[in-house]
Design a protein around this ligand. Sequence first.
Ligand SMILES: [Fe+2]
Length: 167
Amino acid sequence: MTTGKQSGEKEDGLLDPLAVFQDEHRAALEILEGLEKAAAALEEGKAVPESIAIVKEAHAFLTTEVRRHNEDEEQVLFDLLGEEAPCEFFAEEHRTLRKLEAELERALNAGDPKGLVPRIARGIVELLRTHIEREDQVLFPMARSLLGEEGLTVAAMRLRRSREKPR
Ligand SMILES: [Fe+2]
C-alpha cells in the first residue's frame, strides 16, 4: 500500500527523529567523500581551483546543514537523554568540529592550498565519519531503547518545532 509517507513517518505525520538524523548522516557522508578526494588532489597539487571550490562547498554545507543537524541533536535528543547516555562525549565532538571548521576557513583565506587546507580537511573527514558511525551504531540504538515510544514522540515534536522555525 502506498501512503506517500516519508521514511520513518508515523501515522500522525510526525517523523521518527532518529530516522531523520540518519538520513542527514548519509548526506553528510557523501559530502565528506568529495572533501576527501579534494584533499588528496590538493596534496598532489592537482586540479587546485576545482578542489578548492569543492572544499569551500563542503565548508558551507558543514556550517549550515550539519550545524543545524548537530544543534537539533543536542536540543532534541541529548537534552531528553540527559545523563542516561554519553551525550557529553558527542556534544564535545560537535564543538571540535566547529573549531576545525573555523580553522579550515582561516586556512582557505590564508591561501595555503597544498598544506593546511588538505590537512584540516582530512581531520574533519576523519572526525565526522567516526562521529556519525558512533551515533548510528551506538547512540541512536541506545536512545531508541531509553526513550521508548513516548520519548521518541516528544523528540519528534521538538524536532518539528525546530525545523518550522525560519533559518
Ligand atoms: Fe549526527
